[in-house]
Design a binder for this molecule. Sequence first.
Ligand code: IVH
Length: 676
Amino acid sequence: MASAKAQIDKLREQLREHNYRYYVLDDPAVPDSEYDRLFRQLQQLEADHPELITADSPTQRVGAPPLDAFTEVRHRLPMLSLDNAFSAEELAAFDRRVRERLQRETPVEYVCEPKLDGLAVSLMYEGGVLTRGATRGDGQTGEDITQNIRTIESVPLRLRGTGYPSVLEVRGEVFMTKSGFARLNENQEKNGDKPFVNPRNAAAGSLRQLDSAITARRPLAMYCYGVGYVEGGELAATHYANLMLLREWGLRINPEMQVVTGVEALQAYYDQLLARRNELEYEIDGIVYKVNERRLQQELGFVSRAPRWAIAHKFPAQEELTTLLDVEFQVGRTGAVTPVARLDPVFVGGVTVSNATLHNIDEVARMDVRKGDTVVVYRAGDVIPKVVKVVHERRPKNTRPVVLPEHCPVCGSDIIKPEGEAVARCSGGLFCPAQVKEAIKHFASRKAMDIDGLGDKLVEQLVDQGLVSHVSDLYRLQTDAVAALERMGEKSAANLIAALEQSKATTLPRFLYALGIREVGEATALALANYFGNLQALEQADAESLQAVPDVGPVVASHIAAFFQQPHNREIIAALMEAGVHWEEQATLARDNLPLAETTYVLTGTLEHMTRDQAKEYLQRLGAKVSGSVSKKTTAVVAGEKAGSKLTKAESLGVPVLDETALLALLKEHGIVPDR
Ligand code: IVH
C-alpha cells in the first residue's frame, strides 16, 4: 500500500487533470460519478491525515470564515479599460490608426475575442499556486476576493504542467451562464429573495460576498483573456501564443477566440458572432480585437487608461431606458392575470419594443413601478422583453402605485389572488373568452367528461368558427355544422355527436373535475363530491366551510368559492344540466367513514371490464388510496392480465392479491357496478 501522502498526491493530480479536461478542454475523460468518487476518496484521506492538507488541494475551495470587509489590493500593473467602437466606420478608423502609427500598408494580425459581460478579475499565481484573486476596482486598486475566487471551479488552484513563470498574473472575466442565472433566480424567487436583474449583476453580487460559502453556491465561471504582471519566466511573442500557454497551464480560454488578419476579417468575425449571440451560453456585449504581436502592442502603447492596440466593438444594447406609458392587464388562457407595460417605443436587443412583461402584480409592487416612470427594459435574444428596473430618481411628481383590478378586463368576473400566491387569476373559468379554449379542452378530456373525438384541434376550430363559446354550447352542436369543418366528415361528425350524448351520463366527481376550477384535480374533485354529496351544497359553501373537506387548504378553498360565486359560471352549469348532463346522486360521506378508508390498493395488469383509471376512480370513491408501488402496507394488489413485477412483489411480501372477479365483487358489495 502506497503511503498516505503518495495516495493523496496521486488523487490530487488525477482530480486536477479531470478538471482540466472538463473545464479547459471541454472534453471530460470520466463521468461525474467517477470524479465524485475520487473526490470523496481524497476527502477521506485528508480527514485521516489533516497534516497533509494543503491550500491548493481540490478539496480546499470552500470553508474560509466570513470576512468583515475586503482588503485593498494595489495592482502591480494597472488594469486598463478599452475604447469602444459602435459602428463599422469606427472600427475601420481604429484599424487605420493602428496602421498609421505602425507605418504599415499591409493588414495587421488581430486576435478576436468575445467581450464577456461580467467582471474583470486578476489572479496571482506564485510558484504555480493561486495566492490571490482581486477585482479590477478603479484599475489601480481593487479588492482582495481570494476566498471567493477559490470557489469557482473553473479557476485552477494550482497550475498544471511546467514552464510557467514563478510569478504570473492572469486576467480574465468572471461571469454567470444564462442557465446558471435562470436557476439562481428561480431559487431566489422560491426563497422570497429579490431576483437579479441580469447575469452580470448576479455575477457581481455573488463575487462581492463577504461569506464565500454564499459565493460557492452561485454558478460562476471564468474565462481568461490576458496576462498582467510576470516575474521569473518568459512568455511568447504573440498574445495568442500566450493564451495557448495559459490554456496549457490549466486556465480556461474562450474557445471562440480567433486570429484573423485585416479589418474585413474583424467585421466578418463580428457579424458571425452577433448572429450566434443568442445561442451562446453566456452574455456578450461585443467583440474585443487585440493586435496579436506583443512587440507591436508595445510600439503602440496607451492613451490615458486604454491601450491603442485594442478596441471593444459593441453589440446593440440589450438594456435601454424608456418611459412607462401605462400598465395594462392581460388574461392568459389559464386565467392568469398578467400586468403588461406599455412603453414609449425603444430600440433594444435589435428590435423596437413597445410592450414588455411585468410578470405579476407582486413583481410590480416589488419594483414599485408606476405610470410615468423611467424604466430599464431588457431584451436578450428571442425572449420576451421585460421591465427589470425602475429609475426611481427620475420619477415625475404625482404618480400612484399600480393596483390589481378587481374584475377581469375580458369577462368582468372577479379576479382573485390567494394569500401567498404571486399570480392573480380570473375566476370566470367557464365563461371568460380568454380561457374558453382551454376550458373546453379540459372539459372534454378523458378524466373529465371523456368526450371521445373532441381533440385540441377540433376545439380550436369550433371556437374560432363561432360554433361554441362555452362548454354548454357543445351539447347544442348539430351534425351538419360539425361535418362542414376542416378535416371532418359526416361520419366523424356523427361520432362526435354520439360521444357528446354519451358523455352526459357522468359522475359528480368527474363533473367537478371537468369544471376546471383552479387547483381542483381528480382527487380534490372526489373529496368534494364525497363530502358534499351534491352540487347544490357545494355551490353554496363558503371558503371557510370548504376547508373542512380533506386535502382542501385555504388556496384551493378560495378558488372554489370564487368560482361558484361568479354568476356566469353558475349560468353555464345550469345550461349543462338543462342540456342533459346528469349523474347519480351519491351519499354524503366524510372520508373517514368511507367503506375502504385507510386501505391502499395497487393496480397492475390489464382489466377486462374497466380500465385501470376507472378501477382507480371506483376504489377512491370508496375511500381507498390507490398507489403505484407495492409495499408491506399495501392492503391488496388487484392483478389483471399480464400482471408483472408488482404481482411478484406482492407475492413475495405476502400481500393479498385480487383478480378482476374479486374486484368486481368488492365494488358491487359497496354499490358500484362498472358501466362499461
Ligand atoms: S482586455 C488592456 N479582453 O471589458 C485590455 N477585456 O472595457 C483590458 N472584457 O474591464 C481588457 N472580455 O472586464 C479584455 N476578451 C476581453 C474581455 C474584456 C470582457 C471586459 C473587462 C474589461 C472591460 C474593458
